[in-house]
Design a protein around this ligand. Structure first.
Ligand code: HEC
Length: 105
């Protein structure tokens, strides 16, 4: 009886931990992944906090585009703003969109 219960616990406890953790991890990774990409690809013109404005880059703290607008500008570029659709995949662009929305004041 006791052994049976232990065996059950051996299955259920890790399952619990795994589902519990996996509900938690993605959000953190989304944030970190977006930050890393942003700082590598975008911060040189927009600045780490979004306000640098090199070459007339928009201040991302006061930018008010919706998600579709961000995806379009980042993918296709606009004037001096380069297009990223050949250098970043859809998932990476989505991570960056989440990150730049978090920069808003
Ligand atoms: C070479 C400099 C440069 C780099 C690198 C750059 N941008 Fe830009 N970005 C600009 C400029 C300049 C504009 C203004 C474009 C215009 O409307 O004339 C702009 C505009 C934008 C806008 C539009 C904001 C609004 O409210 O209209 C977004 C969003 C944006 N950039 C995001 C990014 C992201 C994300 C990256 C990195 C993947 C990035 N930019 C990399 C120069 C840059």
């Amino acid at each position: 009886m006791l052994q049976k219960r232990r065996r059950l616990a051996a299955v259920i406890v890790p399952l619990f931990l795994f589902t519990g953790l996996s509900a938690f991890i993605p959000k953190e990774q989304v944030y970190d992944g977006g930050k890393e990409l942003y700082e590598k690809k975008c911060a040189r013109c927009h600045g780490k906090d979004g306000t640098k404005g090199l070459f007339g880059a928009r201040n991302l703290q006061i930018s008010k585009l919706d998600d579709a607008g961000y995806i379009r500008v980042i993918s296709e570029g606009r004037n001096i703003m380069p297009a990223w659709q050949k250098k970043l995949n859809e998932g990476q662009i989505n991570l960056i969109v989440l990150y730049i929305k978090a920069l808003r004041k």
